[in-house]
Design a protein. Structure first.
Length: 274
């Protein structure tokens, strides 16, 4: 069984890693778009066209589910994707983990791209699940791009800037861009001690398995991992090797939990059902 994951860049790594960890027997098809990246500043029609093109290619290659591990693409085009391919092919989008964070936090911040921060989608999510509590909307310009380039210096600058604009009394930060979990240790180091990070990669992977009616089983089989770069076969770009999960996926090996949540952040990074 093949599951396709579509994103402009490395935002798909964490969700792909969780799928590999939870169901290593699945074949994964990773579709990145380096020629069109980043999607954040692009028009809605551009993002929708790139996503539909990638999805059609994935289905031609036998994908039985399509995962969109990208908040920008989910906000922009998940409805169009669902209308085109559901119910024959399950389509799973990504929702920032505002709901679980609001259920356990007193003061919440949502870090996201400029586009997602300004979206009606995020406003509705906050209104639905965090109404009546203080929620700081923190745009993080340049952070996703720095992660895509494996540029830790640029990522550190973007994290420092976002931290400066995050109220000190926030006890939880929702990572509203799927690139950000890749630098979760650096984010935690910049925030006050005890801050909890919430991301949705594990929850999206679990939802994918539910949609496929698969349960987690111990399996000796390890599926394949194929990479498509802007509609052409390729390999994970070198920048992916900056991250433990990227290195694991590049070798098509099983992905240990430690590659998904580092030892220094395991106790404070939370991914729950969304």
């Amino acid at each position: 069984m093949t599951v396709a994951l579509i994103d402009s860049g490395f935002g798909l790594l964490s969700t792909a890693g969780w799928l590999r960890h939870l169901a290593p027997e699945l074949d994964l098809l990773l579709l990145l778009d380096p020629e069109g990246a980043p999607w954040g500043p692009k028009t809605n029609s551009f993002v929708t066209d790139r996503l539909l093109t990638a999805a059609r290619l994935a289905i031609q290659r036998g994908a039985e589910a399509i995962v969109v591990p990208c908040n920008t693409a989910t906000v922009t085009a998940i409805d169009a994707l669902g209308e085109r391919f559901e119910p024959r092919v399950p389509v799973i989008g990504t929702v920032p983990a505002v709901k679980p964070a609001a259920a356990t936090s007193q003061n919440l911040a949502v870090w996201a791209t400029v586009r997602t921060t300004a979206s009606d989608y995020q406003d509705r999510l906050i209104a639905d699940f965090a109404s009546g509590m203080p929620v700081a909307r923190v745009a993080c310009p340049g952070l996703a791009e720095a992660v895509d380039h494996g540029d830790m210096a640029a990522a550190a600058e973007a994290i420092a800037d976002a931290t400066e604009r995050t109220p000190r009394n926030c006890d939880a930060v929702v990572l509203g861009c799927t690139h950000y979990p890749l630098v979760a240790p650096q984010i935690l180091e910049s925030l006050p001690a005890g801050t909890i990070l919430y991301d949705s990669a594990e929850a999206v992977a679990q939802q994918t398995l539910r949609r496929l009616n698969r349960t987690r089983e111990t399996s000796s089989v390890v599926g394949s991992i194929d990479v498509v770069l802007s509609d052409r076969p390729g390999y994970l770009p070198a920048g992916a090797h900056a991250y433990p999960v990227g290195r694991a996926l590049a070798t098509a090996a099983r992905v240990p939990r430690e590659a998904l949540i580092s030892a220094t952040t395991r106790a404070t990074v939370t991914a729950r059902a969304i």
